[in-house]
Design a protein. Sequence first.
Length: 432
Amino acid sequence: MKHLNKTIALIFSLTIYTVTSQAETEWIDRVIAVADGEIITQTELLREGSQIQRELKARNTPIPEQKAFLRQVMDRVVLKKLQLNRARRMGIRIDDGTLNRSVQRIASDNNLDLAQFRSALIAEGLDYETFRDDIRDQMTLSQVREREIDRQINVSENEVDEFIKRQLGKDERNSYLLSHILVAIPPAATPGQIEIAKTKAQGLVNTARAGEDFGTLAVKSSDGQLALKGGDLGWRDLNQVPTIFADVMENMNDGDISELIRSASGFHILKVNEVKQTNKPNVTQTNARHILLRRDSNEDAYRELIALRNRVLAGEDFEALATEYSMDPGSAPKGGNLGWADPGTFVAEFEAAMKDLKEGEISQPFLSQFGVHIIQLLERRIAPVSDQSLKTQARNILFKQKQDEQELLWLRRLKDEAFIEYYYDEFKGSES
């Protein structure tokens, strides 16, 4: 086995090559791990590491020493491979048409056409085809997680009512800029494994309180999904974090680092970077209508909706076409009208397609779990938070809390059940 310094030089050098007898430069690529039959190459690790370094630099988070950083990058690549492998076994596949529309939407969101967007990526040092592959992977991972995690989550009416009573009814509340470290424990952990994890976590608390940068500690030591983003959770209200976090955060001030917080997934550490007081907000409500189609082929649905959209743009009545063609039994009899709706009422894809529409504008066709849609935004208004909005907000927050916890456990189980072979001893720290 090679020593780690040689491994790092191998992977992070951008000038690894051999010179052939014809004096041509050839890149060397080597298999450095296998996860459930899926190979991981040094090029993949280099690309992932470079991307993460850019993200950390943008956040002004110091990059930790290379041993720890390399293990974290390897862990992220392994988990991605395992999830993509699970997706293939489940028959999940993102076709080129769906991918093309997603890339086009990203370009449009940046106010660029596709040619300009490609040029912008190249100017940033990013390969366009690699970018497309990354988007395809992200879409695939979203679908597999929706099936494996989201469909298993239930939020009861009683949970919603209790949450509103406890958290959302306040006229004033604090918002916290948070960072997070998780020291995970395996499922069915032994007392010895739990004690080892606790000792490690307490050491991190002590180190952070002694002045070491919390983001750097998260990058090199956290098992959380945001470890390679410095553990940055962004601004969170107490109602947007698990209750076990909220109970601790209520008594924390700017710069405070929590004691250890135990959950089913392990030991958590929180840092409150800043606290601010926020008032109970108004919400922006939308009034929209849509047409939904379901076909054996999504491509057929896209083509039909493009044709219907063009007919409306040419002067035909959206309401009449929705009544005739839409397959949404709730809104079709009303001309596709969905009525006034609070933020978070609809699924994420619907909300995303609607958020940038101007009044009267019709979206491009887009896919959700229900089928393929087009939306026409009729109008927006500012309104006080309604009881229904509070229920929707509470349900979404509780769902997200359960989703985060279940995702951690699912990923841990996925990794524990996989056969992973590392060809360098130093990466075996990623197995813990």
